[in-house]
Write a protein that binds this ligand. Sequence first.
Ligand code: SAH
Length: 224
Amino acid sequence: MSAAAPRQSTAGSGMTSERTRLRMITRLREQGIRDEVVLGAMAQVPRHVFVEEAFASRAYEDTALPIGFAQTISQPWVVARSCELARAGNAIDMALEIGGGCGYQAAVLARLAKEVYTIERIGALAAKARKTLSSIGVNNVKVRNADGREATSNVVQFDVILVAAGGAAVPPNLFGLLAEGGRMVIPLGSPERQRLTLITRNGESFQQQAFEEVVFVPLKSGQE
Ligand code: SAH
């Protein structure tokens, strides 16, 4: 970008333009993301509308940014890698996200899955995510304000579960929500650092595979 570029509103071009977004996609490819369907979905989602206005010009950098309430939007690489591991090259029917935050990853998932449920424990963030998603025309995401660790269902199971907050272990309820052959991606480890972990369901057996080291905000109990 030219140093002499005029300052512009974040709704226009400049640092929030499609070109900037495509540069993010090129960088993700260089960082090892291989799933072109995931990259294609991320090329379509305007990330800058999910961050606070003051940070919109940095929305396409590979970094986590504040979204209020001491929470962050996940860095693009983490979103891409989580979706890539969860998708394993297949179209997704039902997806569940725990830790919806500002709704960005849910918007990406909405392009990879038929139906997306996202659970966010902070009510004000859930409300904001709902509003942002509808403002960009995403209509296959249901946002729930609840503690995702307590989620249960007698009627739906998910072929993909993405947990966007870190913990020492998988919340037991989530095993039951994973469909046969389903894949869950969850950051497991200490509060300081975790590994992106893939859990695959095969009948009543759950296989676990650890991938890259990551840092997520903690999975907390209760709802606000
Ligand atoms: N998916 C978001 C990242 C959000 S950060 C994105 O696209 O950028 C993680 C979010 O998890 C925070 O908003 C936090 O409030 C939420 N969270 C933490 N513990 C939770 C729980 N038990 N249930 C639901 N949400 C939780």
